[in-house]
Design a protein around this ligand. Structure first.
Ligand SMILES: Cc1cc2nc3c(=O)[nH]c(=O)nc-3n(C[C@H](O)[C@H](O)[C@H](O)COP(=O)(O)O)c2cc1C
Length: 353
């Protein structure tokens, strides 16, 4: 039987979606992006499968989503196939539309353990992980309950409580498995690598046009992405490109020029959800959405330090006289009330200008 392609088949082409960013694309940032920019799909921050199965309940916070915001994908990382299997069942129970496996993170804390982009050097394990995620999805589809899959009692309870509270329905059919990765380890080997991955039939592959060694330096190599996309043509695998794309207009040009089915946009959307529409927001729009973002963050994450939203506020406060002073003050704002005061002050000044 062909592995599920799920929502990937139904998405409009070209796909322009939000790239996952740890510490950035939390449930609030994804909700704001959907409200103001309408990306075609969103992906959670990456979650450690080993951490989750060990009972790190705090990680469930990264797997929150608003039930109306679909399709939404859970992103997992790690090296242990059996932990992936359990987490795949958890993602189904939580109601995710798909599961993405991170094979692209270059951070030493991740890659030195053999996870993230280090999997580019370990195609056997990469394929075993994809198969294990599918087994976990099948476990759920065959009615294997969380009581039989999740060993950790507190984690099991936390998941059950979350499902009851949010009234999200566990998935009924098989959900698709995708991979997000890079074009190579220390040199470009995208064609070899996507051929290795294709043997495990993921529904989609996203390629960031940098090697692990490059981390975030240099520029994304779209020629390498294009060659890999060409290699996968006819395979039925959806290919997304990623790296250094500023907005929807650029994303559409990349799809046309490099033969990819879509693009994930990351950093350019911080404080700028309008990037998905290819529109320039007015200063007033930016400042108003910054207030909305700060307040939603404070409501949704009562226990998270406000500091975690400052990066977004920094992103909104651009493009007008006094923006750099506002950014400086926002970096010191201890809470949403202070951030609102500062942003409302800037709104009054910008309206008068
Ligand atoms: C702060 C930060 C956190 C990131 N976290 C993740 C992550 O959790 N999962 C992932 O697949 N990629 C992650 N990435 C990589 C981005 O999704 C994306 O591949 C990269 O930023 C290049 O795209 P861009 O130029 O559009 O930002 C992260 C990037 C940044 C800057």
């Amino acid at each position: 039987m062909q592995p599920s392609r799920g929502f990937w088949l139904a998405l409009p082409r070209p796909i322009v979606a939000l790239s996952p960013m740890d510490g950035v694309t939390d449930v609030v940032a994804r909700a704001i992006a959907l409200r103001h920019g309408q990306p075609d799909l969103t992906i959670t921050e990456f979650v450690s499968v080993e951490g989750l199965v060990r009972g790190a309940i705090a990680l469930l916070e990264d797997l929150r989503f608003i039930p109306s915001d679909r399709p939404v994908i859970a992103q997992l990382y790690g090296t242990d196939p059996s932990a992936y299997r359990v987490c795949a069942t958890i993602a189904c129970a939580l109601g995710f539309d798909g599961i993405d496996i991170n094979m692209g993170c270059p951070a030493l804390t991740v890659a030195n353990r053999g996870a993230g982009a280090a999997l580019i050097r370990n195609p056997d394990l990469a394929r075993r992980i994809i198969a294990s995620v599918r087994e976990g999805i099948d476990d759920w589809g065959l009615g294997k309950s969380l009581a039989r899959t999740v060993d950790h009692p507190r984690l099991r309870r936390a998941i059950a409580e979350r499902v009851a509270r949010t009234e999200t329905r566990g998935r009924t059919g098989a959900i698709p498995v995708s991979v997000k990765t890079r074009i190579g380890f220390d040199s470009i080997e995208a064609e070899r690598w996507v051929a290795d991955l294709a043997a495990a039939e993921p529904a989609a592959i996203t390629l960031h046009g940098r090697t692990l060694k490059q981390m975030y330096s240099g520029t994304a190599n779209w020629d390498a992405i294009g060659r890999a996309a060409e290699h996968l043509r006819g395979s039925g695998i959806v290919v997304l490109g990623n790296g250094d794309v500023a907005d929807r207009r650029e994303a559409l040009a990349r799809c046309r020029d490099y033969g990819v089915d879509g693009v994930l946009i990351g950093r350019a959307t911080i404080g700028n959800p309008w990037a998905f529409l290819g529109q320039e927001a007015t200063v007033a729009q930016r400042l108003r959405v910054a207030i909305e973002h700060a307040e939603l963050f404070a409501t949704a994450h009562a226990s998270r330090p406000f500091m975690a939203v400052r990066r977004h506020l920094h992103g909104y406060a651009r493009g007008f006289a006094g923006a750099s002073e506002l950014r400086r003050q926002l970096m010191l704002a201890p809470d949403a009330t202070r951030a609102r005061d500062l942003l409302e002050g800037a709104l009054v000044v910008s309206a008068a200008a």
